[in-house]
Design a protein around this ligand. Structure first.
Ligand SMILES: Cc1cc2nc3c(=O)[nH]c(=O)nc-3n(C[C@H](O)[C@H](O)[C@H](O)COP(=O)(O)OP(=O)(O)OC[C@H]3O[C@@H](n4cnc5c(N)ncnc54)[C@H](O)[C@@H]3O)c2cc1C
Length: 244
């Protein structure tokens, strides 16, 4: 368990904030892009209660860990009220939502705050000046709820093989984004399936089920699909850390 403190906070809306956390004493521990950690708040009701958050920063960033947090229940709502200097405990790092070392083509299917592990991977690839074929289908309710929307567009300039396709379930208004949901038709029209890409799905359980169903219809072999389920650890049967 390592002590960290909030060194940066940006409130994006009533229920979403991006936090930067730096270690209080020790060095920032090394992790792999796509991994998550367990965070506890020593001052909250149950100091030992740990909540899972994917790391949004890339391992090359040695100043801080970044997290995009959406408030759902008591713990996350309390976190969103915290400011710089607040101390938190971090245990980690876990998870196998990792990009294979030699991966020529990857497609990311993301719902909402499921973007966290994916932006970590993309930031890491930008640092490595990767020219891999990369497609991101990013589904959100509205442009305002799309965390990292602007940075993802910037990453298109740094990563020559990268394209982001944003889809909003409520009308996107005056943007060039699509309205509706990520569909089979959209994927087949945008992805070069001949490259045999590895698919990364990250988002809430319903989103994972929907996307996995589409990939099955498209004949993508299970070995080419990686999934990260973004869900509350209060649902123990869904909690990845509790899985045997
Ligand atoms: C591998 C992994 C990575 C995660 N990464 C992130 C991340 O980067 N950013 C982030 O904001 N969250 C992330 N989460 C989810 C986060 O851990 C929970 O949202 C948080 O712990 C909820 O705690 P709470 O006490 O505030 O809400 P709870 O009291 O546990 O939940 C309140 C209500 O909201 C529902 N709920 C809670 N979380 C979610 C959710 N994610 N989706 C849909 N419904 C939900 C619950 O079912 C319940 O009905 C991740 C979870 C996992 C398993």
């Amino acid at each position: 368990m390592n002590e960290y403190q909030i060194t940066g906070k940006k409130l994006l809306s009533d229920d979403i904030a991006v936090f930067q956390l730096s270690p209080v004493a020790k060095e920032l521990l090394t992790f792999q892009p796509g991994q998550y950690c367990l965070i506890s708040d020593p001052d909250f009701e149950k100091p030992e209660e740990e909540h899972i958050f994917s790391i949004a920063s890339e391992p090359e960033n040695r100043h801080h860990l970044e997290f995009a947090v959406r408030a759902y229940g008591r713990w996350t709502k309390n976190l969103l009220k915290q400011e710089k200097g607040k101390k938190l405990k971090i245990r980690g790092f876990f998870g196998k939502f990792l990009m294979p070392e030699k991966c020529g083509a990857a497609v990311f299917l993301v719902g909402g705050v499921g973007i966290s592990p994916v932006i970590s991977i993309l930031r890491h690839l930008a640092r490595k000046k990767s020219d891999s074929y990369l497609r991101l289908f990013y589904g959100n309710r509205t442009p305002d709820s799309a965390v990292y929307g602007t940075e993802l567009k910037e990453l298109e300039k740094d990563l020559p093989g990268f394209k982001v396709i944003e889809v909003f379930s409520e009308s996107p208004g005056n943007t060039d984004a699509l309205s509706g949901f990520i569909s089979r038709e959209l994927l087949t029209s945008e992805i070069d399936m001949q490259l045999l890409p590895v698919f990364f799905i990250s988002g809430p359980p319903v989103f994972l089920i929907k996307m996995a169903g589409i990939l099955k219809e498209l004949g993508v072999p299970p070995k080419n699909i990686k999934m990260e389920k973004i869900i509350s650890p209060r649902l123990p049967f869904l909690h990845p850390v509790n899985k045997k």
